[in-house]
Ligand binder design. Sequence first.
Ligand SMILES: Cc1cc2nc3c(=O)[nH]c(=O)nc-3n(C[C@H](O)[C@H](O)[C@H](O)COP(=O)(O)O)c2cc1C
Length: 136
Amino acid sequence: MAKMTERMQELFNNVPIVVLSTATIDGIPNVVPVGAKKIIDNETILISNQFFNKTLANMQANPHVAVTYWEGHEGYQLKGTVTIETSGQRYEDTVKWIDELSTKSGNPKKCKGAIILQIQEIYGLAPGPGAGKQLL
Ligand SMILES: Cc1cc2nc3c(=O)[nH]c(=O)nc-3n(C[C@H](O)[C@H](O)[C@H](O)COP(=O)(O)O)c2cc1C
């Protein structure tokens, strides 16, 4: 497991969108933008599934994913494995959160599952000599 630093968590919370990469079991990649994301703790993040299609099929077949986010030239890549929760407290809380967002924005959406990413590796993305280096 790898633990996000305070700064990595701050940036994750500040960016409106992160990028979620998945792959089929044969290695065909798929990349989507995601706005409904939260930090559970320093080694776990949650993403809400409202619209995942190829992304969901990929995660069901192959739990290895990467999440990338950045602002300016500072960015991080989180790699790990996901579990998909469609019942239980975390799922119920996520349903409530998305219902509230949906009401506020007037843009109807329903949570179909809480994607829980256990972070195993963290890489830096800042361009320069350290680009792509494993940090944790
Ligand atoms: C700005 C933006 C934010 C998005 N946020 C989410 C999200 O939080 N959850 C979600 O399920 N889909 C979200 N989507 C939709 C997915 O990016 C994507 O359209 C969906 O997963 C279908 O693509 P797929 O077949 O590759 O999975 C968002 C799309 C955009 C453009």
